[in-house]
Design a protein around this ligand. Structure first.
Ligand code: SF4
Ligand code: SF4
Length: 242
């Protein structure tokens, strides 16, 4: 009787066809997907799920820039993009669970709900870890995840699992920003320190989050909302050069 759950699980578990799963995830609406081994540095609470499915949805082009007073700002239509991400996450977890695997969906940043069960896990696992391990991007000088094709114009979500996925063998472990400093020059708060990221380094080394937040608080006073995103707009990798 004690062995029953294991036997049941083994009976239902199927081999995961990683390429087929990736194709399905794209079909469900993701713009990018990758699998990464995140076992190094994983919090003890999550050690039983050492693989990450990192997925991103691109922000609709042409609708990201708007004028607010005399200021150009960037809005990435969080709600619309996050709805797609959450629906893809649901499909992934349903499929893997039906095959006997464990999953934990870490929601997109703007869809996180304080007080929920999963909210306790938010600080334990950033999407940046999943995306860099899955070879989808690096942490740019702006502190944002940067993908070679879409720049920082993406929203991200993660599904952790114990399903044995074929993981990326070439994760990003350092920045590919090189000598570019467009976001540094664009930042009105001088918050971006012009430092290239390396795996393991803390965000404070390359971005002054306090200065960014202070500037954003100022925009709330003037425009009644947090707006800026000039570092996203400035990035030449986003398909829209300034
Ligand atoms: S959001 Fe604005 S203030 Fe914050 S780092 Fe980007 S450009 Fe600077
Ligand atoms: S603007 Fe340049 S330095 Fe900044 S994140 Fe993009 S590529 Fe990196």
């Amino acid at each position: 009787m004690l062995n029953f759950p294991l036997q049941l699980r083994e009976r239902h578990m199927k081999t995961v066809d990683s390429e087929r799963l990736k194709a399905k995830i794209i079909e469900w609406g993701a713009s990018l997907v990758g699998f990464g081994d995140v076992s190094i540095g994983l919090a003890p609470e999550l050690k039983h799920m050492p693989y990450a499915i990192s997925l991103a949805v691109k922000h609709p082009m042409g609708r990201g820039t708007y004028k607010c007073g005399s200021m150009t700002a960037y809005s990435n239509q969080y709600e619309e993009v996050d709805r797609v991400l959450e629906s893809v996450q649901k499909n992934i977890t349903a499929l893997l669970k039906s095959q006997g695997w464990h999953t934990l969906a870490i929601p997109p940043d703007s869809a996180r709900v304080d007080g929920s069960f999963v909210s306790k896990l938010y600080p334990l696992f950033p999407h940046k870890t999943a995306a860099t391990c899955a070879g989808l991007g690096w942490i740019g000088k702006s502190g944002l995840l940067v993908n070679p094709m879409f720049g920082a114009r993406l929203s991200w979500a993660t599904v952790l699992t114990d399903a044995p996925l074929k993981v990326c063998q070439t994760p990003y472990t350092e920045s590919k920003c090189g000598n570019c400093s467009k976001c540094v020059n664009a930042c009105p708060a001088s918050a971006i320190r012009n430092v290239n990221w390396k795996r393991g380094e803390k965000a404070e080394i390359f971005i002054d989050a306090g200065a960014c937040l202070e500037y954003m608080s100022y925009t709330v006073k003037v425009f009644q909302k947090y707006i800026c995103g000039l570092c996203i707009l400035a990035c030449p990798l986003g398909g829209r050069k300034k």
